[in-house]
Design a protein around this ligand. Structure first.
Ligand code: C2E
Ligand code: CA
Ligand code: CA
Ligand code: CA
Length: 279
């Protein structure tokens, strides 16, 4: 019966078979990517709105495949989640970014930390504390050297459990931030009790700041809320001087976006750190 169905579909849609084969090939390539060492990390600086110093580097994963070329995370992270392999990819990201941070520490960049993106399964299912603790130990770092970014929608999927997990991570001294803040319908009640250190204002609001939309009001409100809750606020997707001026005026703490730097290779990040730390 199954092959009948596929046969019929193939008859009406001649390209469907290829598409399915391509999907299957892509998935098996993704399954192999970790073992084949095809992932690497880029780093995007977060700079202080007041001093201009680079305070943090966000690790952003890339997949370099012999056939598909450079694959961006939007094309494979979600797929890796549904395939159930995100926890092992995520564990690699944690270890690789800690290793790189300890290299930068050895080069004399002692006051910068790394931010790591977490997926839902990593927070809710896997043994995250164990993974993080062993990476920190292996690379002689402490909890305060890293920050974990978790999206609002992940936190709201199971808030009780998220609060419990975040609390345990915070006890290790790890900084926590809510990514894509403003897009995930968090209730104000939960925001008040979530153990986090920072909000990352979603770039769609920053984008809307100087387009005459409601972006400016939304940014002002989010920054005000963060300050009232005693949290740090990071703006992502800062691309223009106008956005920079307004975000500074509103009291935003950290800024990230193409205006400062795109996600950079390790070598380019080292150069960026060198030039921005020079007096
Ligand atoms: P995100 O965490 O919101 O990361 C910010 C994204 O915005 C990055 O895209 C970055 O390149 C892009 N971006 C930064 N500045 C600007 C700007 O000024 N303008 C514009 N238009 N875009 C800017 P990227 O690297 O393609 O990553 C996409 C998403 O993939 C990330 O969104 C994150 O959710 C996910 N991701 C990346 N690396 C990892 C990872 O290691 N683990 C997990 N679970 N997710 C990851
Ligand atoms: Ca992020
Ligand atoms: Ca984000
Ligand atoms: Ca995003």
């Amino acid at each position: 019966a199954k092959s009948d169905g596929i046969g019929k579909l193939r008859f009406y849609h001649p390209s469907l078979k290829d598409t399915m084969q391509e999907r299957i090939a892509f998935e098996s390539a993704l399954k192999e990517a970790l073992a084949n060492r095809e992932f690497f990390l880029c780093y995007q600086p977060q700079v202080s709105a007041t001093s201009g110093n680079t305070v943090c580097l966000e690790a952003l994963i890339r997949w370099q495949h012999p056939l598909y070329g450079l694959v961006m995370p939007d094309k494979f992270i979600q797929l890796a989640e549904t395939m159930g392999i995100i926890a092992s990819i995520g564990a690699w990201v944690i270890d690789a970014s800690c290793e790189q941070l300890s290299n930068w520490r050895a080069m004399g960049f002692t006051d910068v930390r790394v931010a790591i993106n977490l997926s839902a399964q990593q927070l809710l299912v896997s043994d995250l504390e164990e993974t993080v603790t062993s990476a920190l130990q292996r690379h002689r770092l402490c909890g305060g050297d890293i920050e974990l970014e978790i999206t609002e929608s992940v936190l709201m999927r199971d808030p009780e459990r998220a609060i419990e997990r975040l609390g345990a991570l915070q006890k290790l001294g790890i900084r926590l931030s809510i990514d894509d803040f403003g897009t995930g319908y968090s209730s104000l009640g939960y925001l008040r009790i979530l153990p986090v250190n920072a909000f990352k204002l979603d770039r769609s609001f920053v984008w809307d700041m100087d387009t005459g939309g409601k972006g400016l009001e939304i940014c002002a409100t989010a920054i005000g809320l963060a300050k009232k809750l005693g949290l740090e606020i990071v703006a992502e997707g800062v691309e223009t001087k106008e956005q920079l001026t307004q975000l500074r005026h509103l009291g935003c703490d950290l800024l990230q976006g193409y205006l400062f730097a795109k996600p950079l290779s390790v070598e380019a990040t080292s150069l960026f750190l060198t030039s921005s730390h020079r007096p």
